[in-house]
Design a binder for this molecule. Structure first.
Ligand code: ZN
Length: 169
């Protein structure tokens, strides 16, 4: 089932998410829906707060469904290692129509439970490291816009406010 994706400004996106206590059938259904919603968008990642659930879950697939081994589900993820720096354009399904260059680690190792509740660890470089950091940020209530500084950030926030006032956001 597709779930509606919340947009920048919705309080749920700006608050830290809670740890998942146990992988219930509801959690499994949520994960399935998140995968379906991510592919339909299409996007390379989606975090549970983006579909209105304040839980520490995200899904990532930088191949967007083209590589069957590309799909990763993380429940209660944490960083094991992060290093390097990369600067690339980035967007977010919760901030449609906006992109900006964001500083991210060039390599990241994330550990967490998979959908079966088994501990797993994945290393990402380049786009995957960026996606890991972007989705982990969502679980802490941080969007890429919050990572920007000065004029760039003000410009995006002002345009979103304008769209919101016009009923177009
Ligand atoms: Zn995002």
């Amino acid at each position: 089932m597709l779930r509606p994706i919340l947009k920048y400004g919705d309080q749920m996106l700006h608050e830290p998410a809670r740890t998942v206590e146990s992988i219930t059938p509801e959690i499994e259904r949520l994960v399935d829906d998140m995968i379906e919603t991510m592919y339909a968008a299409p996007g390379v990642g989606l975090a549970a707060p983006q579909v209105g659930l304040p839980l520490r879950i995200f899904v990532v697939d930088i191949s967007i469904g083209h590589d069957p081994s590309g799909l990763m589900v993380f429940i209660n993820p944490e960083f094991v290692e992060r290093d390097g720096v990369q600067l690339e354009e980035e967007g977010c399904l919760s901030v449609p129509g906006f992109n900006a260059t964001v500083v991210r680690p060039s390599r990241a190792v994330v550990k967490g439970l998979d959908r079966a509740g088994t501990v797993q660890q994945h290393e990402g470089t380049g786009l995957l490291a960026r996606a890991f950091q972007h989705e982990m940020d969502h679980l802490d209530g941080t969007l890429f816009v919050d990572r920007l500084r000065g004029i760039k950030r003000d410009l995006i926030v002002r345009r979103i406010k304008k769209l919101t006032r016009a009923g177009k956001w």
